[in-house]
Ligand binder design. Structure first.
Ligand code: ZN
Ligand code: ZN
Length: 247
């Protein structure tokens, strides 16, 4: 049975909690290598864990907050200037992703543009409840509850024989429960231990609904300082920068 390998190139929140890099999860299957989210620190993670950016075929973006998509300008510029990428790159994210990336590039590196890359750069819009097949992966986006100036998505990805669900940032809502059903792995945020923060999930709430979510395995990530200081108390697997999991 083909395994899917998951490596956390960044398992932190937006605020550098625990000295962790921002959200970026590399998923490798026998068909392709993808990133789930692309936080601002993406290239630091790639250098640290010796990942060649040219090996990434596709980047899925859950929502348009800097700690989840802010690495795209760096990734695209690096591909153009240093890695001399020639193979196509697909970026699949919520409506408005292409415009927000173009704006971010112009603000961070005036004059840089996504229209003049030497490689084919294709943006694909993911619509809630509308499954699409991209490079052999069936992606089903569900709407999350987390304002980001564009729809926030919870992603359920079906590889040839494995299903992976990824929450990005969201409150725990019925759509997360839908996305998690029978998934081989759910990767979900737990921003706090028990403190309720609107539009985010705390570890205690997550565990309360674990059976309903019904994923076969669960890894929490995007942890703030209070969760990080209680890792020894967690009754589920948790992400660490660089750590590799297999399903
Ligand atoms: Zn976040
Ligand atoms: Zn967010």
């Amino acid at each position: 049975m083909n395994k899917v390998k998951i490596q956390f190139l960044g398992s932190g929140d937006a605020f550098g909690s625990g000295g962790r890099l921002q959200t970026c999860i590399m998923v490798s299957s026998n068909q392709n290598k993808i990133l789930l989210d692309c936080g601002t620190t993406v290239l630091i993670g790639m250098r640290k864990y010796k990942i060649n950016p040219n090996d990434i075929d596709m980047i899925f973006i859950s929502h348009l907050h800097g700690d989840h998509f802010g690495g795209l300008p760096y990734f695209i510029l690096e591909a153009q200037k240093l890695s001399k990428r020639t193979t196509p790159l697909i970026i699949a994210g919520p409506a408005g992703t292409k415009e927000r990336v173009a704006q971010a590039m112009e603000i961070l590196f005036p004059g840089s543009t996504i229209d003049e890359t030497n490689f084919a750069l294709k943006f694909i819009e993911l619509e809630p409840n509308n499954p699409q097949v991209l490079d052999g992966i069936t992606v089903m986006p569900y709407l999350g509850e987390h304002p980001s100036g564009a729809p926030t998505l919870i992603l359920r990805l079906e590889f040839s024989n494995k299903v992976l669900a990824y929450s990005g940032d969201t409150e725990l809502i019925p759509n997360l429960i839908k996305a998690g059903q029978q998934a081989d792995l759910l990767i979900t945020e737990a921003s706090t231990y028990e403190q309720k923060i609107k539009y985010h999930i705390d570890y205690k709430t997550l565990m309360k609904h674990k059976d309903e979510i019904n994923a076969k395995r669960m890894i929490v990530t995007h942890m703030g300082e209070d969760v990080l200081s209680r890792l020894y108390q967690l009754e589920c697997e948790y992400a660490v920068d660089g750590k590799i999991f297999e399903v």
